[in-house]
Design a protein around this ligand. Structure first.
Ligand code: NAD
Length: 357
């Protein structure tokens, strides 16, 4: 199969980790006789330095015309004082908007080999945590009307949280479809005891659930979800929720693994085009030192194969190689433990690639 991938390495450790993910993708190509063609586009600070903007129009076109986009990370202290209109993160929001990326998938996986890195007790973590949060990304309170006005001599601020049935149905379907590809359990997170948007959310989700009888469906309130993620995280398979709840819960969940360098993510559109990136930033403190953990980016590339290219077998193979590298005791500095073998970013990429035979 031939696929066009636009690579956005970005700033800091971005180019180092994207290079390792591409090393692994190349190995998959060789084994399965696929052809992946890469187009590199500057994004973030490096683009500001060269062109005065965090992404150029031509760069954006190259993202839109690709089969998929692989991102490293953007930003760093050098660009902190840039005016708000051209800050590195502006490019990420622009790409999400232009590509219509309305669904954010964040798996939270605590590999059993790294159980010691979780802040939770061993008896809660069990044999590892493996859940996935599907977050609505382009609606809700972050995109609703907002204003601050003076009322009776004091300032009053208002943020509106709109959701339409079609927006809910679109993300709800991603939740069900994702659950179908995993363990067929879906919990829909809302605040239906208080919010009208949540009551509509629940109504649409119930309607959808009739189309997916194979999926074990449940509703859960957001405050209870926040507690359950700490108390009993292994009960969850897929969680689907609106933008702000998803923002907060996915950060909470990511901490359960204790290692930000391991965490991948996907942002999906209504077609097959998606953007795949690790959840961490550009880590300026370790940039250029070949110290970064490339596994979050490598696992993001696996998600790209699974969700954009429908290559489940190839994605499984990358995930198995990561698992095996950890089993064999290889660790980058951020996940280093006693008696393990410390490797650099590029060595970890080599190890994972070489495990794909
Ligand atoms: P960060 O995620 O870059 O780093 C936080 C800590 O985690 C650092 O100590 C870093 O060394 C470590 N770390 C992160 N990724 C790692 C990896 N792969 N391997 C090993 N260690 C890793 O967060 P920050 O320091 O708050 O932000 C740095 C810059 O990144 C800022 O400019 C911020 O705006 C930007 N940022 C970008 C994105 C993105 O591009 N999606 C996301 C978050 C932050």
């Amino acid at each position: 199969m031939n696929k066009r991938i636009t690579a956005l390495p970005g700033d800091g450790i971005g180019p180092e980790i994207v290079a390792e993910a591409i090393k692994v993708l190349d190995r998959i190509c060789k084994k399965y006789d696929h052809k992946f063609e890469y187009t590199y586009v500057d994004i973030g600070g490096c683009s500001i330095d060269k062109y005065g903007v965090p992404i150029t129009d031509e760069g954006m076109e190259k993202c839109k015309n690709a089969d998929s986009v692989l991102l490293g990370a953007v930003g760093g202290p050098k660009w902190d004082s840039c005016p708000a209109s051209i800050r590195p993160e502006k490019a990420l929001l622009a790409v999400r908007k232009e590509l219509g990326l309305f669904a954010n998938l964040r798996p939270t996986k605590l590999f059993p080999q790294l159980a010691g890195a979780s802040p939770l007790k061993q008896e809660i973590v069990g044999n590892g945590i493996d859940l996935l949060i599907v977050r609505e990304l382009t609606g809700g309170v972050y995109f609703g009307e907002r204003k601050t006005e003076e009322v009776n001599g004091e300032l009053v601020a208002t943020d509106i949280m709109p959701y339409s049935e079609s927006e809910i149905e679109r993300i709800g379907r991603v939740g069900f479809e994702t659950a179908m590809k995993r363990n067929r359990r879906l919990a829909s997170v809302d605040k239906a005891n208080v919010l009208d948007t949540s009551r509509l959310w629940r109504k649409v989700m119930h309607r959808l659930s009739e189309e997916y009888p194979e999926v074990e469906y449940s509703d859960i309130l957001v405050d209870n979800t926040a507690m359950q993620l700490i108390k009993n995280p292994t009960q969850f398979d897929v969680l689907v929720t609106e933008n702000m709840f998803g923002d907060i819960l996915s950060d909470e969940a990511s901490m359960l693994t204790g290692s930000i360098g391991m965490m991948p993510s996907a942002s999906l559109s209504s077609g097959t085009l998606g953007m795949y990136e690790p959840i961490h930033g550009s880590a300026p403190d370790i940039a250029g030192k070949n110290l970064a953990n490339p596994l979050g980016t490598i696992l993001s590339a696996a998600m790209m194969l699974r969700y954009s290219f429908d290559m489940a077998k190839e994605a499984d193979e990358i995930e198995a190689a990561v698992n095996k590298a950890l089993d064999e005791g290889y660790r980058t500095g951020d996940i280093m433990g006693e008696g393990k073998k410390q490797v650099s970013c590029s060595e970890m990429g080599d190890i994972v690639a070489n495990l794909i035979v």
